[in-house]
Design a protein around this ligand. Structure first.
Ligand code: PTJ
Length: 254
């Protein structure tokens, strides 16, 4: 692991980067996952490396939808496992949700490594390792089409952090509600999910856990009101405005 001085101005984000590199070296993260992280870092920088007001609003809507769900599931890939395994497991416990490994860059060994990490962090059961339960999502060509019939296939609300496009549309066609984390408010996933949390999973997943715990005592009517009052397009625009504001502030410093 690289030595990062504590007082380095970007120590936090350099430490996060190290988690990805460790994840790659331990066979959890795909090499393409390192590139995806770099893209995320750039957007995080443009957002001021903080959870915006808009992201907090999306997190409330996401938590409400997940609490209201009959059969919620958290879909995990290499990057999200390397970045926040503990939070994923705690969130699943809080929401009584299942966890399923779903990869874009299919690799059986990596699936096993991801399950191992999640179990080390307290997960009892992680779906996605048993081919006898595999089903296909129609209309999807990537490896992500392979899902567990008792997991993503049966779910009504799916949390898909760090996605790459087509699956969100296919899951929506199957009548599922899709919630995503994506630092790029312009990505296809961000634009097609019902709830997009434009935040770094490393911060956002913690916040989603806290808010889910808080809202779990609220009644159905209150939660439904939070969900129906949320407008994803408006929320994405608010995040884009946040980027513009941040850029303007930085430009004035030069
Ligand atoms: O482990 P696998 O095989 O399932 O592969 C996972 C990756 C992430 C490599 C795969 O899904 C992929 O290639 O994704 P993309 O197309 O690069 O999209 C990832 C999106 O996540 C981009 O829009 C990034 O800006 C965003 N992103 C990257 N890091 C973070 C992030 N969003 C939130 N938090 C992050 N830390």
């Amino acid at each position: 692991m690289a030595l990062i001085p504590k007082n380095h101005p970007r120590a936090k984000s350099l430490l996060i980067r190290e988690r990805l590199v460790d994840g790659f070296e331990n066979g959890v993260v795909a090499k393409e996952g390192l590139l995806a992280h770099g893209r995320g870092e750039a957007f995080d920088y443009l957002l001021g490396e903080k959870t915006t007001k808009a992201a907090k609003k999306a997190i409330r809507a996401a938590a409400s939808a997940l609490i209201l769900a009959k059969n919620p599931i958290i879909s995990v890939n290499g990057n999200v496992t390397a970045l926040c395994p503990k939070e994923i497991v705690q969130l699943a416990k809080t929401l009584d949700a299942k966890i399923e490994v779903n990869l874009f860059y299919e690799n059986r060994e990596r699936r096993k490594n991801i399950v191992k990490i999640l179990k080390k962090n307290g997960a009892k059961n992680v779906l996605g390792l048993q081919p006898k339960f595999y089903k296909r999502i129609p209309g999807l060509d990537s490896a992500r089409r392979i899902v567990d019939k008792n997991g993503i296939h049966a779910a009504d609300v799916v949390l898909v952090p760090l996605e790459d496009g087509d699956r969100t549309i296919s899951l929506k066609k199957l009548g599922k509600k899709v919630i995503t984390f994506d630092l790029n408010p312009l990505s296809r996933t961000a634009q097609t999910a019902q709830v997009t949390i434009v935040d770094n999973v490393i911060r956002g997943m913690k916040e989603l856990l806290v808010v889910s715990k808080k809202l779990s005592s609220k009644n159905e009517q209150t939660l439904k009101k939070i969900v129906s009052g949320f407008d994803n397009k408006k929320n994405l625009s608010a995040n884009i405005s946040e980027i513009k504001k941040h850029l303007n502030r930085r430009a004035h410093l030069v």
